[in-house]
Design a protein. Structure first.
Length: 184
């Protein structure tokens, strides 16, 4: 059974507001994805805002079909990051949480809460059992973050490590991570 998010999906959790991406987010997304620090480990993005708006329009079709969700996160009414859930396979109950990009100078808690919320949506609202994703080999900080959350490397190639995180392991580790974030 396909569990779709409603078109007007919004959520407030851990001091962040999340909603599905809109065309009006294009400028923010381009700014994030073309930032020199952020761009080191992600696919190249055109600096053309109209291209991003068109990508969002096409994405909205995938959203309607429940196969791709792209989220914008806000802290104190300011956009701070984006992340997607894609490659959703309802039969195998697996998907990918990826395209995780945040403002470069945020306190460490915010990007981690974004990732936690995304996985809560994936596992709890969409009914997935596994998050299957890749991380560039040079992106050691993100590798450590995923390992801290219980993800395991299951494969690699010249460019990437391929990780898997189960719903059960995420649930087991989540509260410990949240407790750590609240200490700092």
């Amino acid at each position: 059974m396909i569990k779709k998010l409603p078109e007007n999906f919004e959520l407030d959790r851990y001091g962040l507001h999340v909603r599905l991406v809109r065309e009006e987010d294009a400028e923010f997304i381009v700014k994030l994805r073309t930032n020199e620090r952020n761009a080191r480990f992600i696919h190249a993005t055109s600096p053309n805002i109209e291209h991003q708006q068109e990508w969002i329009r096409n994405y909205k079709e995938r959203e309607i079909n429940g196969v791709d969700y792209y989220f914008t996160f806000f802290s104190e009414n300011k956009p701070v990051g984006v992340i997607r859930i894609y490659d959703i396979d309802y039969r195998a109950k697996k998907a990918t949480a990826g395209s995780w990009v945040c403002e470069p100078e945020l306190p460490m808690q915010i990007p981690l809460y974004i990732l936690i919320i995304c996985r809560e949506i994936m596992f709890d609202l969409l009914g997935m059992e596994k998050d299957c994703f890749d991380v560039r080999k040079g992106n050691k900080q993100v590798q450590r973050t995923h390992k801290m959350m219980g993800a395991e490397i299951i494969e690699e190639d010249d460019l990437n490590y391929y990780f898997e995180l189960s719903k059960a392991i995420f649930r087991e580790k989540k509260n410990d991570i949240i407790n750590l974030l609240n200490i700092e």
